[in-house]
Design a protein around this ligand. Structure first.
Ligand SMILES: Cc1cc2nc3c(=O)[nH]c(=O)nc-3n(C[C@H](O)[C@H](O)[C@H](O)COP(=O)(O)OP(=O)(O)OC[C@H]3O[C@@H](n4cnc5c(N)ncnc54)[C@H](O)[C@@H]3O)c2cc1C
Length: 441
């Protein structure tokens, strides 16, 4: 049998997988909605191997799709046009530099692996997402992932210091020593952040770390409406410097919970707040801000995890309803109530179930539509349009992938899209890597 991509035998033996039973596990996305197919899976172990594989694919005009943890909610991580799949999972080295307070990680290191490694040094990473057990730092960088602490630490773009990569034409940015400052002209590396692989494959990233906070407290309050949550969130953001997260749990999401909540009725959902101070200090803040209302408060590790589980388990509860279409919208924070109502009204009109939650402190609402496939596309289009009409975005943090390509022009002008295509042609000519992601080839 011919060696895949005409690779040297020893490399082919190390990295190529053709067993369909193994390959199939990589071809379905997290929601189960997006299903792809391929005949070849590549599992490189080093930056050099990635470069060799990209060059070999380029010579043969074969196209590659790069996959990290396959937690994309935008359909960007499975091969839909029969690309060869390249998984970064085996790029798994971690080096911590406690003096620079940085970690350099292979693209395939999961967020959980990083978190446990740096905990030994009393350090944390500023970006945290519920898919931490599978999502990789390479995938998170490629999607500019946000998560629950954006209002304090920003998204990945604010936390990646440097990265190495292999562009689609086989050229590379090689791994370098960690420098916290480097003013030697535009940093090409930054182009890769949020690029979803359309320019090349990130092979490693150097990440900024932070000291572990001495104290965390989480509090949840039931709401009469999402607007009430927005107002409380604005007060806390403006007056409590230690705010670390402000999250929204929609009433229809809470109804899916398998257990009874520790708070009374929550007709407008609930607001979760995390601060970096003791519970007693938070109670004083609530008093000072006249936020005298029902709060369920936890400040031990167990209680904090228990309260966060109300927010972080929502995607799993939704998955039990069916295969959701996930819209990830952002609007100016004071319009989030309007967006919520428009999404609910659109879904109700179409007979769809609409379950919302999100990062209220960032104006980011996750709208999950479940049900009737025929009305889904039209309804989602209307909700995207509503977000744009409210001054918002069709994707706050999940990216464009394959599912939002058609609505990208709602956000980007013809000039911008043309410039983007020109950049792709420079770095990834012939679209060897991720030909089907973000823009059509
Ligand atoms: C339960 C759940 C909760 C989530 N919560 C959040 C959240 O709070 N915030 C948030 O932002 N996202 C969230 N996500 C979405 C998802 O976890 C993120 O988009 C994550 O960054 C994807 O990482 P990954 O390694 O799984 O990438 P994948 O899903 O494998 O890939 C995502 C995209 O990046 C490209 N890519 C992957 N690795 C590389 C690489 N090394 N180089 C170049 N391109 C690459 C892929 O081709 C694909 O287009 C959530 C997902 C789930 C399932």
């Amino acid at each position: 049998m011919a060696r895949p991509l005409d690779l040297e035998t020893s490399l082919a033996d190390r990295v190529c997988v053709t067993d369909p039973d193994i390959i199939d596990q990589y071809c379905v996305d997290w929601t189960g909605r997006v299903i792809g197919a391929t005949d070849l899976l590549l599992r490189p172990n080093t930056h050099q191997e990635v470069a060799t594989l990209v060059r070999a694919a380029g010579r043969r005009r074969e196209r590659l799709l790069v996959q990290g943890g396959n937690t994309s909610l935008a359909g960007g991580s499975v091969p839909l046009v029969h690309e060869i799949l390249l998984t970064t999972k085996h790029l798994d080295a971690i080096t911590v530099d406690p003096i620079s307070m940085t970690a350099t990680v292979g693209a395939g290191v999961t967020l959980s692996q990083l978190q446990s490694e740096i905990a030994r040094y009393g350090l944390i990473f500023g970006v945290d997402i519920a898919s931490r057990g599978s999502a990789t730092l390479g995938g998170m960088t490629a999607t500019n992932a946000g998560g629950v602490h954006v209002l304090r630490h920003g998204p990945m773009a604010d936390n990646v210091i440097n990265l190495s990569c292999v562009f689609g034409d086989g050229s590379t940015i090689e791994p370098r020593e960690t420098l916290l400052k480097d003013a030697t002209g535009p940093a090409l590396q930054r182009l890769l952040i949020g690029s979803e692989g359309i320019f090349g494959i990130i092979t490693s990233a150097t990440l900024r770390l932070r000291p572990r906070p001495r104290q965390r407290t989480v509090a949840i309050t039931p709401l009469n409406s999402i607007d009430e949550g927005m107002e409380i969130g604005a007060l806390l953001r403006g007056h409590v410097p230690s705010v670390n997260a402000i999250e929204y749990l929609g009433p229809e999401a809470l109804e899916l919970a398998p257990t009874r909540s520790p708070w009374e009725r929550a007709p407008g959902g609930a607001l979760l707040v995390e601060v970096l101070e003791p519970a007693s200090a938070l109670v004083d803040e609530f008093d000072a801000l006249k936020l005298d209302r029902e709060w369920v408060i936890g400040d031990t590790a167990q209680a904090i995890d228990g309260l966060w589980s109300w927010r972080e388990n929502i995607p799993e509860w939704i998955a039990r309803l069916g295969k959701p279409l996930k819209l990830d919208l952002s609007v100016p924070i004071n319009r989030i109530g309007e967006l919520y109502r428009r999404a609910q009204a659109t879904a109700e009109h179409a007979g769809l179930r609409c379950v919302c939650f999100g990062h209220l402190g960032d104006g980011n609402l996750h709208v999950n539509l479940v049900g009737g496939d025929q009305s889904l596309e039209r309804s989602s289009r209307m909700i995207y349009q509503a977000a744009v009409d409210l001054g918002g975005s069709i994707s706050a943090e999940h990216g464009i992938g394959t599912l939002k390509k058609e609505v990208l022009p709602l956000m980007r002008s013809t000039d911008e899209l043309h410039r983007l295509s020109q950049l792709i042609e420079i770095f990834n000519p012939g679209r060897i890597i991720n030909p089907n992601v973000m823009l059509d080839s």
